[in-house]
Design a protein around this ligand. Sequence first.
Ligand code: SAH
Length: 214
Amino acid sequence: MIDTYRHKGLRKKLVQEIISKGIKDQKVIDAIGKIPRHLFMDSTFDKMAYQDKPFPIGSGQTISQPYTVAFQTELLQLKKGDKVLEVGTGSGYQAAVLLEMGAKVYSIERHHSLYLKSLKLLHDLGFEVNSYYGDGYKGKPALSPFDKIIITAGAPEIPENLIKQLKIGGIMVVPIGSNVQKMKRIIKISENNFDVEDFGDFVFVPMLKGKINS
Ligand code: SAH
């Protein structure tokens, strides 16, 4: 759990890189500058942790590229205290960025080992995350409605069941598609009325049904 001057220096360069790629929200930039991404990855990737790239985190999954994390977070238009549902905890890095920005985070992961590992790390770093092992397609109806929903795996279509768990006026950010995904921002205008915007191509691991005990 060491954050050295070298890590901090590399993180500053990463922040400059995501700014040069178009990220503008200062709170997002500050959070990326603060979270020690190398701790969310296997130590064999330590030297590469501040490259703007995804990396393997086990169970065939990846930690998202920092630019993608920043981009999705910016689209969420996060306010302090927002109740956010995340589908796909993975390494816990995206959850840490949301928590650092003052959100209340409810995060679901379908791989048991990733759920356990990310929960421990986030707690060790002092974050109070509400994380769950389960199928994100189901969401958390008992805890709904959410101000924001962020999906960090590629969904084949807009998950209707999760839209139901979004507040009126709430925002969902979700990559839609199979091989390549289109980043969509959905604003829930009324119970049956949505504003859908498209923010270009991204590549994610797939959002899959069910949970896995590995
Ligand atoms: N937010 C993560 C990204 C991890 S990749 C991070 O910052 O590291 C996407 C994650 O979504 C994977 O861990 C995958 O197991 C998970 N996932 C895919 N489908 C899911 C589902 N239906 N429910 C919950 N998690 C899911």
